[in-house]
Design a protein around this ligand. Structure first.
Ligand SMILES: *[C@@H]1O[C@H](CO)[C@@H](O)[C@H](O)[C@H]1NC(C)=O
Length: 144
């Protein structure tokens, strides 16, 4: 059986490659229209949104604290244990309560490793009771 590739197939292939190249890195709003807030299930959101890829940008959007708005922040927790227990010892503060305004706080996933995100406000309650935590493990895309 002979397989022939006509001009049409080549064009289709080129179009496909171009489309894939354009979609290489995505900007993802954490929580979508919910933003980064107390009481939304980010574990569930991450499971439904994933997989994440290297160089994707996660954007955390949350209003600055006021009389009616409680503060939030963004931490990177060091390991699975600290993630499961909402233990912020040894965690890295990425963004404070005033950094989620406007365009939000952006974080680029640059390494293939679990990124344990959580908010530590309310003495850890954001994480413990407010479900403000999720894991993002970026993969390499299969195409250049
Ligand atoms: C991610 O972005 C950096 C900087 O632009 C680039 O050097 C690197 O090749 C990119 N990695 C992937 C897997 O796209």
């Amino acid at each position: 059986m002979a397989i022939t590739f006509g001009k049409g197939s080549l064009l289709l292939l080129l179009t496909l490659v171009a489309t894939l190249a354009i979609s290489q890195a995505e900007t993802i709003i954490v929580g979508g229209s919910e933003g980064w807030r107390y009481g939304y299930d980010y574990n569930d959101w991450a499971a439904k949104h994933g997989p994440f890829y290297i160089n994707d940008t996660l954007v955390f959007k949350y209003p600055p604290p006021s009389d009616t708005v409680r503060p939030h922040n963004v931490y990177l927790l060091p390991n699975l244990y600290s993630f499961l227990n909402c233990d912020f010892r040894g965690a890295t503060l990425l963004a404070g309560p005033n950094q989620g305004e406007g365009y939000g706080f952006s974080y680029v996933l640059t390494e293939v490793r679990p990124n344990y995100f959580a908010s530590g406000e309310g003495n850890g309650d954001d994480c413990k009771k407010g479900m403000m935590k999720f894991v993002a493990i970026p993969f390499y895309r299969l195409y250049p």
